[in-house]
Design a binder for this molecule. Structure first.
Ligand code: BES
Ligand code: MN
Ligand code: ZN
Length: 508
């Protein structure tokens, strides 16, 4: 899809369809009023007669349009003016896509971003529009004989009084995020018989081939053994698919020694639970237990599009957790790379075992900050549902920066506590730590477990167990929290004041 800004007299701009937003029980906005005048009151008559209530996301397509250069007009309900927030706004764009998808419309000229959305400026309104259109148009039909028909829609234009560089930036950033989100969804939706740890490693290597400033390093089990990553290896032992930890080093700073931001993604390409086997209902969804690694991969892809002047190292901690004659068992005591011993009380609490060694490994990268992203606990889903990712960090300023990025990007996160109380739940009679902390506060005890391995740098943990994918009829990866993380990186670059010009990437 092509996205572009457009200015000029709106009634005279040609397009297959003009897309206009209308508030419920409200006045027409300036843009829509102008069209209504040119159409001799056709729109206001329709509303007055009660044929279009303008409920949020409601649409009506008008044909036989004369008096303006557009062929059709699509009216989109915005709901009540004072209720219009980001969520409602995204709902409107989802409705636009549905309305246009099965029509012959190839080019749409849109004005929805002219509506006032609570706390959002035009930059955000354009950015969310592009992100939402990309999200709506996602299909995963690689394994179906009958492929979805590609929609005719190929060009979306945003009508603006002035085509400012910040709006060009909005389009560039949104497209990069959408590209990353798609990469994350594609890899996460793959089944475990295809996307195994070796596959993740291949993706890392391919990215390095595609992009000059990316170097990939893949650490195999033999090397992990040398490094003493025994917790990571213990999880992998029950699987015939060997573990690989893949590093994607994106350094566009020109300084080979720049301190990196390190993103560590839990990459359990399948989590059967191991000897503490999971129940079979919905077990297929545990192919998504590599959602953290998939998100890290998507962020790295987005970075290559944005060419941001940063150094970010993405770590895909690939592994598979299976029951087997060689699998690790409840009661086993493991010595982690850090030297702390861990008593395994449940082999299904495997994510923290893989992560604790990956998090120890990344110390040697001299990180500025480390953020791990993991589908870590069912308890996080119980606490926050599927709406917010859980954020845990002992560092106030990093936590604030990530919560800000989450709010800005519309990719929500909510902070959950860490602390000694939770660490005490991890006491073991036989080792330094147990790998589970009892029934209560599971997201926090998991975070507390990780906190024992992250004392030497600034760290945050994102539990995406509830947000990485959707279940049921809409089953599929969401691409979260790519938008949150890319936003965080954009914010870091802006904070440092490094010069870069994204609007130069905008193609006219
Ligand atoms: N990958 C799961 C967490 C998970 C469960 C994510 C359901 C999304 C939906 C993780 O490895 C796990 O099994 N965690 C256990 C921990 C428990 C044994 C302490 C859990 O949450 O039940
Ligand atoms: Mn598990
Ligand atoms: Zn898991």
């Amino acid at each position: 899809m092509q996205y572009a800004l457009m200015n000029g007299e709106i009634t005279a701009l040609p397009s297959d369809c003009l897309v206009l937003g209308v508030y419920q029980h409200g006045d027409l906005d300036e843009c829509t009023q102008r069209i209504d005048d040119a159409l001799q009151g056709k729109l206001s008559a329709l509303i007055e007669k009660g044929d279009f209530a303008a409920k949020c996301g409601q649409t009506v397509m008008l044909y036989d349009i004369t008096g303006i250069a557009a062929q059709r007009v699509l009216l989109v309900g915005a709901g009540k003016k004072d209720k219009l927030d980001v969520r409602q706004y995204q709902k409107m764009w989802a409705a636009v896509f549905t309305a246009l998808k099965d029509s012959g419309v190839e080019t749409a000229l849109c004005c929805l971003h002219q509506l006032s959305v609570r706390d959002r400026n035009t930059y955000w309104k354009v950015r969310f529009a592009v992100e939402q259109l990309a999200r709506s148009s996602y299909v995963f039909d690689r394994f179906k004989k009958e492929k979805a028909n590609a929609p005719a829609l190929r060009k979306v234009q945003f009508w603006c009084e002035l085509t400012e560089p910040t709006l060009e930036t909005a389009i560039v950033e949104a497209q990069a995020i959408a590209y990353g989100v798609k990469a994350t969804k594609d890899i996460a939706n793959l089944p475990a018989n295809i996307a195994n740890p070796a596959y993740l490693a291949e993706c890392a290597r391919e990215l390095a081939q595609e992009c000059d400033v990316v170097i990939a390093t893949v650490i195999d089990e033999a090397e992990m053994a040398k490094l003493g990553m025994n917790a990571y290896l213990a999880v992998s032992r029950g699987s015939h698919n060997p573990a690989f930890m893949s590093l994607i080093d994106y350094n566009n700073t020109g300084n080979p020694d720049a301190q990196p931001i390190v993103l560590v993604g839990k990459g359990l390409t399948f989590d059967a639970g191991g000897i503490s086997l999971k129940p079979s209902a919905d077990m297929d969804e545990m192919k998504y237990d590599m959602g953290g690694a998939a998100a890290v991969y998507g962020v790295m892809k987005a970075l290559t599009k944005l060419q941001l002047p940063v150094r970010v190292i993405g770590v895909l901690a690939g592994c598979e957790n299976m029951p087997d004659g060689n699998a690790y068992r409840p009661g086993d005591i493991l010595t982690t790379m850090k030297g702390l011993s861990v008593e395994v009380l449940n082999t299904d609490a495997e994510g923290r075992l893989v992560l604790c060694d990956a998090l120890t490994y990344v110390e040697r990268l001299n990180p500025e900050v480390v953020i791990d992203i993991a589908t870590l606990t069912g308890a996080c889903v119980v606490a926050l549902g599927q709406h917010n990712s859980g954020l845990l960090s002992p560092n106030e300023s990093l936590a604030t920066a990530l919560l800000d990025a989450a709010a800005q990007a519309g990719d929500k996160a909510w902070r959950l506590p860490l602390g000694e109380e939770y660490s005490e739940q991890l006491k073991s009679n036989f080792a330094d730590l147990a790998n589970i902390g009892g029934r209560w506060g599971g997201a926090s005890t998991a975070g507390a477990f990780l906190s024992h391995f992250t004392e030497n740098y600034t760290w945050a943990h994102l539990d995406i167990a509830g947000t990485a994918w959707k279940s049921g009829a809409e089953k599929g990866a969401t691409g979260r929290p790519v938008a949150l993380l890319v936003q965080y990186l954009l914010d870091q670059v802006n904070k440092k004041g490094t010069k870069y010009n994204l609007s130069a990437l905008y193609s006219r």
